[in-house]
Design a protein around this ligand. Structure first.
Ligand SMILES: Cc1cc2nc3c(=O)[nH]c(=O)nc-3n(C[C@H](O)[C@H](O)[C@H](O)COP(=O)(O)OP(=O)(O)OC[C@H]3O[C@@H](n4cnc5c(N)ncnc54)[C@H](O)[C@@H]3O)c2cc1C
Ligand code: FES
Length: 260
């Protein structure tokens, strides 16, 4: 795949990032870190070569690029591969392909809204950090306070929502979005932009709200992936009236194409 590099990245650190089972993997991968753009992802082997499904790599968004040599991935432990990753000791080398796909394309000026649902917040940290100094609001929702990842230090305004009200607003992050959009002066709406990542119902609602408000939106989609390189068509879904591969033509798409 053009622009992607296959490397053996050294696992530097595995750190818990929420009271639920979410860990942050820090990887030394200078070539990939230097080429990465917000919204892109990597395919990571779930264990050192020869162990744990060596051929079936897992896709993860690039969560942060804390320095020019390092990548961070935010990983929810949900199955065999992520269990294996969360248990690895620092120092192991893992096969990693990246950066992959089309990332976010925010406008050069205008108000910027980021919407993250659950682990969908992962790529929005990298995006927020790349937009430091601009007027950015991150609207972040999760089931409970325990499932939230700390946003301390992010260079933007953060508003939280949880299903049970244990942190921030009781309700959905899309309710925060509806309020943010209606508070935008009409003259600013054509310049405004939303980047969203999270569960499909959240993305569908965000797309509808932005369409009504006349605000451009980009959505980062997920799909089950095999190759991650555009070769197998396993991740294709109908977008914009034709099959598009989430790995190579996405994962970020214009909301009007995804929900016409
Ligand atoms: C572009 C992209 C970016 C992603 N970014 C992140 C991220 O930043 N952090 C993160 O924790 N996860 C992310 N995921 C999902 C992650 O790839 C899966 O959770 C992981 O592959 C599960 O591996 P496993 O072996 O632990 O689970 P498995 O044992 O394979 O499956 C456990 C559960 O996870 C579900 N699952 C498996 N693969 C996927 C998938 N590709 N998409 C959705 N659900 C899946 C299965 O249906 C099952 O319910 C991303 C997926 C894609 C496509
Ligand atoms: S995962 Fe093979 S084409 Fe996308």
């Amino acid at each position: 795949m053009s622009g992607s590099i296959q490397v053996h990245a050294e696992l530097v650190q595995v750190e818990p990032r929420a009271r639920q089972r979410i860990v942050c993997l820090r990887l030394f991968a200078p070539q990939v870190a230097r080429a990465a753009r917000p919204g892109q992802f990597v395919m990571l082997a779930p264990g050192p070569d020869g162990q744990l499904d060596p051929f079936l790599n897992r896709p993860f968004s690039i969560h942060r690029v804390p320095d020019a040599d390092t990548l961070e991935l935010l990983v929810a432990v949900v199955g065999r591969g992520t269990e294996g990753l969360a248990a690895l000791p620092p120092g192991v080398r893992l096969r990693l392909l990246g950066p992959i796909g089309r990332g976010f394309d925010p406008p050069a000026r205008g108000p910027l809204l980021l919407l993250g649902g659950g682990l969908g917040v992962a790529p929005l940290f990298f995006l927020a950090e790349s937009l430091a100094g601009r007027p950015v609001r991150l609207l972040y929702g999760a089931a409970t306070a325990e499932a939230l990842v700390s946003t301390a230090g992010l260079p933007c305004r953060v508003e939280l929502a949880t299903d049970d009200g244990s942190a921030g607003r009781r309700g959905l992050a899309t309710e925060l979005l509806a309020e943010a959009l209606s508070a935008l002066p009409v003259a600013e709406r054509a310049l405004a932009y939303l980047a969203a990542c999270g569960p499909e119902p959240m993305l569908a609602r965000a797309a509808a709200l932005c369409r009504e408000a006349g605000v451009r939106a980009e959505l980062s989609l997920e799909a089950h992936m095999a190759c991650g390189t555009g070769a197998c068509m396993g991740c294709a879904r109908p977008i914009g009236g034709r099959p598009q591969r989430v790995c190579s033509e996405g994962p970020v798409f214009d909301a009007r194409e995804v929900y016409p």
